[in-house]
Design a protein around this ligand. Structure first.
Ligand SMILES: [Zn+2]
Length: 237
């Protein structure tokens, strides 16, 4: 088998798998085999007897390549762990861009002209189910002729806000000019509220406690640099 690291498409597929599952698939040869087939695009092999299959020569070669890759780039084993590094790096550069919320709209919805991108970046506090609270940025696009401003998930004209039909299928919901919630977190909270499991204040308290924002822990749970306390979810609790 040719080295998969030399093939860009295979490398892309490999990195996407690593993003989803980390390197834990190396622990079981049947898992390694599935990943190898996905990365290398080989035909599925049906195992009829259901017994643990021994690694064949190609699987072993693939596993050795992956192990070599992780030896050289151990941080790829946990992409999410690298998030706080990049977040803190972007904060220190004065541009919090670990998450950038920008509309995918390229042309004005009224006149069809290409939208201009506002060079002024607005900082947004982001509430994330796994990462806790951190700073990101939002970018505005506009049509100067129609005075339409396109934001992530909604657009405004003459001061009126119009939500896009698909705004709930975005990863984030921009709930105010400086606040965005990950939609899975919103759904989780709504779920608790609907079944009457916990009031919002309790949900907010558990979020703050989980990430060490409740004053019981000096350092953040996930190593993300501190965001001013006033911006924590308890403000909304
Ligand atoms: Zn226009």
């Amino acid at each position: 088998m040719a080295g998969f690291l030399e093939d860009r498409m295979r490398l892309f597929r490999f990195l996407s798998v690593i993003h989803f599952v980390g390197n834990s698939f190396l622990k079981l040869c049947s898992f390694t085999s599935v990943v190898k087939k996905y990365v290398c695009g080989e035909k599925e092999q049906i195992v009829l007897d259901g017994k643990r299959k021994r690694m064949d020569g190609e699987d072993e070669t693939f596993a050795r390549e992956v192990e070599g890759f992780f030896y050289l780039f151990p941080e790829f084993g946990d992409v999410e762990r690298g998030f706080s590094d990049f977040h803190n790096f972007s904060l220190n550069c004065g541009k919090p861009i670990a998450t950038v919320l920008v509309s995918t709209q390229e042309r004005c919805r009224m006149c069809g002209k290409a939208l201009a991108v506002d060079p002024n970046i607005h900082v947004v506090v982001i509430y994330h189910e796994q990462r806790g609270t951190y700073l990101g940025s939002r970018v505005t696009k506009c049509c100067r002729t129609c005075k339409i401003y396109e934001h992530y998930g909604y657009w405004t004209q003459e001061g009126k806000r119009h939500y896009n039909d698909d705004c709930l299928s975005n990863e984030f919901l921009l709930s105010s000019e400086d606040t965005a919630f990950q939609n899975t977190l919103v759904r989780q909270c709504a779920n608790f509220l609907v079944v009457g499991a916990v009031p919002f204040a309790t949900f907010a308290q558990t979020f703050n406690r989980r990430f060490g924002y409740d004053g019981t822990s000096k350092s953040n749970y996930n190593g993300i640099q501190s965001v001013p306390a006033v911006k924590r979810m308890k403000r909304y609790g």
